[in-house]
Design a protein around this ligand. Structure first.
Ligand code: ADP
Ligand code: MG
Length: 701
């Protein structure tokens, strides 16, 4: 198909063949020569220099020495026997010992032949020796690809090893691929830029990443690949933004009309915070403007995003369009629906809820009414993006807790309209800056950095089992004031059964401490039927239930202002972001709220760090940064599956500076040459076509 050697199928590499090719594809995702070269070593062994024997100590670790054997003799008998030999270079000699399988060695160690040994220095009875070194004649050594360089170490798998493809064998294949591909790589970076940044050519970089001549060259080569990935990511974002802003929007929502105004003046019973007003301005400007909105709204839990979403949707309705809001769970969708319905009250706005559990008959009506345009606003879950859903005139999609949706799902939503729609994505998980730069680089960002007035920061405390009575006392005090309480248990799928038992026995314990009929205790978990869940939630919301014992199904978005204590059992088992989300369930009213973290006496270091972070700050951004440091970016957003953070070489924490620089540079380049048509950007353009097609991120437009 392609004539480029890097694209050759791996099967045709010397030393591979059909069976190994099959394994390489399955085990490592290596299909072509190029893929193999993109399989980087995870560490290196220095084979670039020879150690002098006289310098060796018991702390030398792995060493490489060159010299001659003498005086080999078998010592001891039977199982305890071993082969001992002296090995000397110009500076001294050391003992080499084989404890078993040494017959081949005896045949091989001709005193007249110079050998290169590689092994770990040990000490016994104050004597240094090297057990079972890797050995080669000097000629064989010189013929290896790593002679005088660093030897790469590759991850292999059991299946690969069974076919003889261990790290060393992979190294040989890579060396072969390198020599075949030399001079065949298209340079992706402009030469000027490369020189300015002192980055090696793509050829040199591949060669020095696999078989580095020295540590410095390795460093620069790795940097090159990281920078390259960051640059193309940022270029893609910048170009997308540029294109979006150059394409005239077909859906221009100029009117802020009757519905919006009625709502704002009659139904909204609080003053918007300054931050909410500012964000509304951003959004309105986008909706009424010349290009399509693609905006990320970040705001900590409880900052009041829902009302902003609603007002944005009312603008769409005022302009004769429809709007939708999509939430990741049924509970959340249901809650949005209730909240919005209540906020709209007496207004003539048709709003419906569509989820997986909507009854078939009702669903048919909803689908028909959506298509005819009778429905103005629809709230829903993933059910909204299913094929049978057609809108008459969709203008705006709001996506709540958007990191829980994948790229494909967002793209599917976009397809619900012929003309590109406005998109507002909302998240209560504050996103660390590097992550925002990298993953959401093509979105404009608004931040609600102010909580509605009168909120007191949640007091967060840590307790162990031995002080549980204090917790119970605090709970009783709060219950006496007619407040409500959440108690959350971890529920993690692998050990779900055990966790469920813990939850149920926890529930029984709570019922014992808070007996009927004085108290009512509810239980809620993911395995319950939807109706049961709804009923339980409803009773809690209406204040009938005093204490709700639950799993993290209540994590996202649930809003019961009268609940002011959040007890988290086995808090050390939760991730930081999750703890923060859970804490966000309280502190929504004017009363002092409490978040109580229960944990064991012996916590892991990580568990301790998470609990410390929680106790010491309630700032979502600080928490998010900490979380990213502890767990890595993928877990933070839960986006590993969706491929958004599938970087080959970049590490969002380690490579912060590279990413920042790349962003800056990409902006300058795209500002100057939006479609990369200038001759100096030829390399970028060619590479962009490749990268852009293979791994496009937010290809909504
Ligand atoms: P978020 O979705 O950002 O976590 P919500 O939209 O659920 O937050 O809002 C949290 C609570 O604060 C809701 O009960 C909401 O009615 C209330 N609220 C929102 N904005 C304001 C405001 N400006 N003043 C007072 N209360 C507000
Ligand atoms: Mg919310």
């Amino acid at each position: 198909m392609s004539s480029r050697i890097v694209d050759n199928e791996i099967e045709y590499l010397k030393g591979v063949g059909p069976a190994r090719a099959d394994l390489l594809k399955k085990e490592l995702g290596v299909f072509s020569f190029g893929d193999l070269l993109n399989y980087f070593p995870f560490r290196y062994v220095d084979r670039s220099t020879m150690n002098e024997i006289s310098n060796l100590t018991s702390n030398s670790g792995m060493v490489q020495i060159s010299g001659y054997f003498s005086g080999a003799e078998v010592q001891g008998r039977g199982r305890a026997s071993r082969l001992q030999a002296n090995f000397s270079d110009d500076t001294g000699s050391i003992s080499i010992i084989w404890f078993k399988n040494y017959n081949w060695v005896i045949d091989k160690i001709n005193p007249g032949t110079r050998f290169v040994l590689f092994g770990k220095v040990n000490m016994f009875n104050k004597l240094l020796y090297i057990p079972h070194p890797e050995m080669m004649t000097i000629d064989d050594f010189k013929a290896t690809y790593f002679s005088g360089k660093m030897q790469p170490v590759y991850n292999s798998t059991e299946k690969l090893k069974a076919r003889g493809l261990d790290s060393k064998a992979i190294g040989k294949l890579v060396a072969e691929a390198l020599s075949r591909c030399k001079g065949q790589f298209a340079e992706t970076l402009p030469d000027e830029l490369r020189k300015k940044l002192k980055l090696p050519s793509v050829d040199d970089a591949y060669s020095n990443v696999h078989i580095p001549e020295d540590a410095d060259k390795l460093d620069r080569s790795l940097k090159r690949f990281r920078f390259e990935e960051a640059l193309f990511l940022q270029l893609r974002h910048r170009i997308q933004v540029k294109r979006r802003k150059l394409a005239r929007s077909k859906i221009v929502l100029k009117t802020v009309g009757e519905k919006f105004n009625y709502f704002y003046h009659k139904n909204l019973d609080f003053e918007l915070t300054g931050a909410q007003k500012r964000v509304m301005k951003d959004i309105h400007k986008d909706l009424a403007g010349a290009y399509r909105m693609n905006r990320l709204l970040q705001g900590d839990v409880g900052s009041g995003k829902t009302v902003v979403a609603l007002m944005s949707m009312l603008i769409a309705v005022d302009n004769g369009y429809q709007a939708c809001i999509m939430a990741p769970t049924e509970i959340l969708a249901q809650q949005h629906f209730n909240t919005i319905k209540n906020l709209l009250r007496d207004m003539a706005v048709e709003i419906r809820l569509l989820t997986g559990s909507t009854k078939a008959k009702e669903k048919r009506t909803i689908l028909a009414d959506l298509e005819s345009g009778k429905i103005n606003i629809i709230v829903g879950t993933h059910a909204l993006i299913e094929d049978p859903v057609h809108f008459q005139k969709l203008a705006l999609a709001v996506i709540d807790e958007q990191h829980r949706f994948g790229v494909k799902q967002r793209a599917k939503l976009q397809k619900k309209s012929e003309d590109p729609i406005h998109v507002l994505v909302m998240t209560a998980t504050p996103i660390p800056r590097t992550l925002a730069l990298s993953v959401y680089g093509d979105l404009d960002v608004s931040i609600i950095d102010e909580l509605p007035p009168g909120r007191k920061p949640v007091k967060t405390m840590f307790f162990t089992e031995s002080t549980r009575n204090k917790v119970i006392k605090l709970m009783k005090q709060q219950l006496a004031q007619k407040r409500q309480i959440y108690i959350v248990y971890p529920l993690i799928s692998e050990s779900e059964k055990l966790d469920l038992i813990a939850l149920e026995s926890g529930y029984e314990g709570v019922v014992r401490d808070f007996p009927m009929p004085t108290f009512e205790v509810g239980i809620l978990h993911g395995r319950m039927k939807q109706e049961e869940k709804d009923r339980t939630m409803d009773r809690f919301k209406r204040g009938i239930t005093d204490i709700l014992v639950s799993t993290t199904v209540i994590e996202v978005g649930v809003d019961v202002p009268n609940a002011c204590v959040m007890v988290i059992e086995n808090a050390e088992r939760f991730g930081l972001a999750q703890l923060h989300q859970l804490r966000g369930r309280v502190g929504r009213g004017a009363d002092q709220s409490y978040c109580i973290l229960m944990g064991g006496n012996k916590l892991s270091d990580d568990g301790k760090a998470r609990i410390n972070a929680m106790v010491s700050t309630s700032d979502g951004f600080v928490i998010a940064e900490e979380d990213m440091k502890m767990r890595g970016p993928g877990d933070i957003l839960g986006t590993r599956q969706s491929g958004e953070l599938d970087f080959k070489w970049l590490d969002l924490i380690r490579d912060f500076k590279i990413i920042n620089y790349a962003k800056q540079l990409a902006s300058e380049i795209v500002e100057d040459d939006p479609e990369l048509e200038k001759p100096e950007n030829k390399n970028l353009r060619n590479a962009f076509i490749q990268y852009g097609g293979r791994n496009s991120f937010y290809n909504i437009a």
